[in-house]
Design a protein around this ligand. Structure first.
Ligand SMILES: Nc1ncnc2c1ncn2[C@@H]1O[C@H](COP(=O)(O)OP(=O)(O)OP(=O)(O)O)[C@@H](O)[C@H]1O
Ligand SMILES: [Mg+2]
Length: 490
């Protein structure tokens, strides 16, 4: 690139000689021998560098320099001075002179001053570019991208975050900038690692290429959010120095897929279970009746009496399983009617209070005033929520609480019912199994409660998810569609 220089000196010979030297060095040179001419040429050609004597016949060089800097602050001005004008030269730095050189001009000093001027120009452009890039990045990440975006430095510290992500995490920008990315997104104190949770930053830094992966993050309520992450390295001097990570929330899609898988598993198990349950129900009734009739024929003191009692109670237990199986297998479509959700939940909570009192566990409901009405099959939804409350009670120690919370979901058109307990929680490795039929950790459980609940919620066009912390409790969240155009008063 060719640089232009305006050379200003009242000694014409000096101007000519130095001008030729500069041209040989590859510069385009303009000359002026007084302040007035210099300003005219300056305005005409807008030179990148001005090389000027500090003493001019018609002008104080410093005033001229001030004028030029006002008109174009990007111009680099190098002051030429004789030994007697040192003070003026030093003063010139107050007006942002780049450097000064003394007469007679030494080649090395001239080259150094010009190098400094070009370097300053180059740095300023880079700064401007990065400011432009930053402004552009701000617009892109905050206005044009719907996904969540983080800009992360090589030290894992967050440099920038966009508004959608701030909203999702429920934090302010000041709370996040400068913190480690893994702290903010995973609530952990070391970087992600391993095959299942590779660190996108490290991967893209190592390969110097974009990297894509899926991570599970925790929001401020410790709910799991599945993110598809794309990481793009940003380079400085050929090396990655930071990275832009874009996060797409795919929780909805993942849950839908899990649900579909669960439903197809349930459908085949359901058909099998329905057939078996029907076949078993009749013989069970016969065993139970026979045991009870035989008991009537003998004295309670007779050792057989106790044994018959065991037969009867174990048969009753089998019948409980069969009834649950039939419930689970029942593919009946819900008969939906409009119900006030707050009233319905209060009714359900009342039904479970007795059970809870046995364990000294409180059951409470908290309904937002605007939850309004929902279209549901009352019996089925009652059964689903009762299953969840009973699980909560069973997992909670005396003195704990199970709460049922209903509110309008941030997802438009959905209402959210949460069943929270302060119980023992579910270990991470078991979380995927809890909705499986027959999965139980209880001695007398059928393992069908959650499978039935899941089926009912699905039949209502809703979804159920769970978040849990071992030792702290679990939250099962039901999201049900509700008619937004319908009545919406409690
Ligand atoms: N709130 C909860 N807290 C801790 N663990 C739970 C909770 N809810 C469910 N689980 C776990 O999931 C398993 C399956 O629950 P599910 O309701 O399907 O069957 P169950 O409660 O074992 O049996 P049933 O409902 O027939 O009495 C439970 O055995 C328990 O291990
Ligand atoms: Mg249960």
């Amino acid at each position: 690139m060719e640089y232009s220089i305006l050379l200003v000196d009242d000694e014409e010979d000096f101007c000519q000689a130095l001008g030729q030297r500069l041209e040989r060095m590859g510069y385009i040179v303009y000359t002026a021998t007084c302040g007035r001419d210099a300003l005219t040429v300056f305005r005409d050609v807008n030179p990148m560098i001005v090389l000027m004597d500090v003493m001019l016949p018609d002008n104080n060089g410093l005033d001229l320099m001030k004028q030029m800097k006002t008109e174009n602050p990007d111009t680099e001005v190098i002051i030429i001075t004789g030994h007697g004008n040192m003070e003026l030269a030093i003063k010139s730095f107050q007006y942002d002179a780049t450097d000064f050189i003394t007469k007679p001009i030494d080649r090395e000093a001239l080259e150094q001053a010009l190098d400094l001027a070009t370097k300053k120009m180059f740095d300023r452009r880079r700064l401007q570019k990065s400011a432009e890039n930053k402004a552009m990045r701000d617009v892109v990440i905050n206005e044009l991208v719907n996904d969540d975006v983080l800009v992360i430095g090589a030290d894992y510290r967050i440099i920038d975050i966009n508004l959608p992500m701030l909203c999702k995490l429920g934090v302010t920008r000041e709370e996040v900038i400068g913190r480690f990315c893994y702290e903010v997104t995973h609530h952990q104190n070391s970087p992600c690692s391993g095959k299942d949770h590779p660190c996108p930053l490290i991967q893209s830094f190592n390969t110097k290429k974009p990297f894509q992966t899926t991570h599970v993050h925790l929001d401020n309520q410790n709910r799991e959010i599945y993110y598809s992450i794309s990481c793009y390295p940003i380079f400085g001097n050929g090396q990655p120095t930071s990275a832009i990570e874009m996060f797409r929330d795919i929780t909805h899609e993942i849950n839908k897929q899990k649900n579909l898988l669960q439903q197809s598993k349930l459908a085949s198990i359901g058909r099998l279970a329905a057939g078996v349950a029907h076949e078993i129900n009749n013989p069970l009734t016969t065993i139970l009746t026979t045991a009870m009739l035989s008991q009537e024929d003998i004295e309670p003191k007779n050792p057989m009496y106790k044994e018959l009692e065991i037969i009867a109670s174990e048969t009753l237990r089998c019948r409980k399983i069969v009834v649950a199986l039939l419930d689970f297998a029942r593919q009946s479509k819900p008969l939906k009617k409009e119900y006030n959700l707050k009233e319905l939940i209060e009714e359900i909570v009342l039904l479970t209070k007795k059970q809870a009192a046995f364990k000294d566990v409180r059951v409470e409901s908290y309904c937002a005033a605007d939850v309004g009405t929902v279209q549901i099959d009352k019996g089925q939804l009652q059964q689903a929520i009762i299953n969840l409350i009973l699980n909560g009670i069973e997992s909670t120690d005396s003195g704990g609480e199970v709460s049922v919370i209903a509110k309008i979901d941030p997802d438009p058109g959905y209402v959210e019912i949460q069943i929270r307990d302060t119980g023992k929680g579910i270990p991470k490795e078991d979380l995927d199994k809890v909705f499986d039929p027959f999965y139980t950790t209880k001695e007398s459980g059928t393992g069908l409660g959650l499978a039935i609940t899941n089926g009912i919620i699905d039949q209502h066009g809703g979804v159920i998810t769970v978040s849990t912390h071992v030792g702290q409790g679990s939250t099962f969240t039901i999201r049900l569609p509700f008619r937004q155009d319908g009545p919406n008063v409690c």
